[in-house]
Write a protein that binds this ligand. Structure first.
Ligand code: ZN
Length: 492
């Protein structure tokens, strides 16, 4: 039942619409001015009780990432891509799309410099040849309202079909499961009894996010404002003893003893959209690393939001031409593609941090900003051996708090002065023309290596820049003596 997740999203959306429609009165269930409103998509649901699976368990796992920098509708959505799992990705997209659409249709306004923002983040909660579980958590900020929800998608790998929460349980035990949830919820001080009872009246409609604890017990999550008025979303632990169905048992095993799902291909692989230049071999540059940009005509290419497996296509294009670039990586994506992180560093490019899971940092307190940056730096350093000294704040959103933390952590803030809007126009020719026509000496160019259309544009872009006499350098080569905390838009 895909509609179950949609229903909960629609409830949350209704809360936002009510509280932002100009009325001074707020709905009683609206979690406005919540002290936990600064939590990120990942953090808001993470409880020690939830068991997550290390993505490196799955050979060849990748991430699909999309971002919109449109003012009023900042979005960042990431889902895991299992090898040969396009049909499984489609199931996840079907859960997310209504949520994204509702957000796009909703006209919120920026508040205190914070743009309305929707982030969808993922965790593997099970992986085996029998079952895959993916928990999709979304965090939404609109005006003063913060909303969050989670949905856990369970896939029967052999059938390649989604299983509902009900499918986890032996039908003879449905009432027993509900009784256990009621018992756990009734004794949880965070839970509002009236709201909880209202939810339980709908029985199973209330539950679309069930996974496991490290002990193999059940972890049942509620969305924000579903059963508690003003706290973060809550989950309750219940015993799994005697209530799991056959599929529930393999799901439990996929959480406790994860292994590679080894999916068989069911669709023909799509041809890569890597840009290929025909004719003569490309120009190459030979000077890197010790370039003097006071003498040379330098320019810095920067790529955000990866790494993804497709980043390799871009690395091939750069390597063929001897060009260097700077990659601002999302820490969570680095954990799914550590080999790409290592290759980027090994080939002489520079890696900066783009935070752990891409929140708008201007809505976070200093501790959360620090945690977002440090967690990402840890992942990047683990994969590459190098700790970043550059920060690109997601959406370019920064303030004094972010600057202060960046200074403390030794990170210069690197913005940009050329934006081809490759996130909006996913068309290689448009991206190429915009970059080439706006390129100028000492520019910092923003692009996103997550898009095949962007990767497909860069062979021709680099050829054009080299033909125009540019030397393509990393940001630290472009700008000497970068100062931690300071913002840079270009090298001039
Ligand atoms: Zn980004």
């Amino acid at each position: 039942m895909r509609t179950r997740g949609i229903t909960i999203g629609a409830v949350a959306g209704a809360l936002i619409l009510t509280s932002c429609s100009g009325s001074a009165t707020e709905p009683t269930a609206s979690p406005t001015h919540d002290p936990t409103a600064s939590l990120t998509a990942t953090e808001q649901f993470v409880a020690p009780a939830l068991l997550t699976v290390d993505p490196s368990t799955v050979d060849g796992i990748d991430v699909e990432v999309d971002e919109s920098l449109a003012k009023g509708h900042y979005t960042y959505v990431a889902i895991p891509l299992l090898p040969n799992g396009e049909d499984i990705a489609e199931i996840m997209r079907a859960h997310i799309e209504p949520r994204l659409q509702a957000f796009r249709d909703f006209e919120a306004i920026a508040s205190d410099g914070v743009e309305p923002e929707l982030t969808v983040s993922w965790d593997l909660v099970g992986a085996s040849p029998d079952a895959v579980g993916v928990r999709l958590a979304s965090a939404e900020v609109g005006g003063e309202v913060f909303d969050g929800s989670s949905t856990t998608v369970w896939i029967d790998v052999a059938a390649r079909e989604e299983r509902t929460v009900l499918d986890l349980f032996d039908p003879d035990t449905y009432q027993e499961v509900l009784d256990r949830i009621v018992a756990a919820g009734s004794s949880d001080p965070r839970i509002d009894t009236q709201m909880f009872n209202d939810q339980m009246d709908g029985e199973w409609e209330a539950f679309d996010s069930v996974a496991f604890t490290p002990e193999g017990e059940l972890w049942v999550e509620f969305d924000r404002a579903q059963v508690a008025t003003s706290t973060a979303p809550v989950g309750v632990e219940i015993s799994a003893e005697g209530v799991l169905s056959e599929f529930g048992l393999v799901a439990q095993a996929s959480a406790l003893s994860p292994s590679d799902p080894l999916l068989e291909a069911v669709v023909a692989p799509q041809p890569s959209e890597t840009g290929t230049s025909t004719g003569a071999p490309p120009l190459t540059q030979t000077t890197t690393g010790d370039t003097d940009c006071a003498v040379e005509k330098c320019i810095a290419l920067t790529f955000d939001d990866g790494p993804v497996a497709g980043t390799n296509e871009l690395l091939d294009i750069l390597a063929d031409r001897g060009a260097k670039a700077t990659f601002f990586m999302v820490g969570k994506n680095a954990t799914a593609n550590p080999d790409v992180v290592a290759r980027v560093a090994a080939e002489g490019h520079v890696i900066g941090t783009h935070t752990w899971d891409h929140p708008q940092l201007t809505r976070l307190g200093a501790d959360e900003v620090r945690s977002e940056i440090e967690k990402a730096s840890d992942a990047i350093e683990a994969a590459s051996g190098v700790r970043p000294t550059l920060l690109r704040p997601p959406y370019g959103a920064t303030n004094d708090t972010v600057a202060g933390v960046a200074a403390e952590l030794g990170l210069a803030q690197i913005l940009w002065d050329v934006d081809p809007e490759d996130w909006k126009d996913k068309d290689s020719a448009i991206v190429r023309d915009r970059v080439v026509s706006h390129a100028h000496r000492n520019a910092i160019i923003l692009s996103h290596d997550i898009h095949p259309t962007t990767r497909g544009a860069y062979a021709e872009i680099i050829d054009a820049l080299l033909a125009d006499g540019y030397t393509l350098v990393t940001v630290p080569d472009l700008i000497d003596d970068l100062e931690p905390g300071r913002k840079y838009f270009n090298g001039s």
